[in-house]
Ligand binder design. Structure first.
Ligand code: PNS
Length: 165
């Protein structure tokens, strides 16, 4: 039977419990799941360096044997093909995500017809969670309990302190 290798791409700036929920669900469905951090979208504006994001994701996914963490640059479809993968995994939290996700999935299909996008739903309790909102709460000193793993919370607090100096 054909092995299904899925790529879960994103900025992960930083990884949230919503991302981890999706990774766990994906790891049960696919033979291999590669979490791929993009270098492109927020170039120069990201809070965490690429290596920091990779380190946090690596630490948080180390117990899932079929999950690995990587980075990519350029078109996602080229990266997918280079990894012999067949699927792009994306999470849809609410209807508001759908428009952008549809656009991206259809563009990726147009760019390379071999690439299929599969959408999964994270647990409802994470449906309002995003890296952007987590960064904002961290900046403003709010509690991050339940939103990100403890290690990520510590790193966020350090980052925010360093930025304020
Ligand atoms: O976590 P994000 O920011 O929603 O992830 C967006 C991401 C990285 C998946 C998307 O921007 C992407 O695939 N970038 C790679 C560039 C690309 O292939 N663009 C064309 C298809 S939209």
């Amino acid at each position: 039977m054909k092995k299904i290798i899925a790529i879960y791409p994103g900025s992960f700036d930083p990884v949230t419990n919503g991302h981890l929920d999706l990774i766990q669900r994906g790891s049960k469905l696919f033979d291999e799941l590669i979490v791929a951090i993009s270098r492109n979208p927020e170039k120069g504006t990201a809070l965490f360096e690429l290596e920091e994001r990779k380190e946090m994701l690596g630490a948080m996914t180390k117990d899932w044997s079929n999950v690995s963490v990587d980075t990519f640059e350029g078109l996602l479809v080229n990266y997918v093909v280079s990894k012999n993968a067949n699927v792009v995994l994306r999470g849809i939290r609410a209807v508001s995500d759908y428009e952008f996700e549809l656009q991206m999935a259809l563009m990726n299909r147009k760019l390379d017809q071999r690439v299929e996008t599969i959408f999964m739903l994270p647990a409802e309790k994470y449906s309002y969670l995003s890296s952007r909102i987590v960064r904002e709460v961290a900046y403003l000193g709010g509690s991050l309990a339940g939103f990100v793993p403890e290690l990520v919370e510590q790193k966020l607090r350090q980052k925010v302190e360093a930025k304020k100096k």
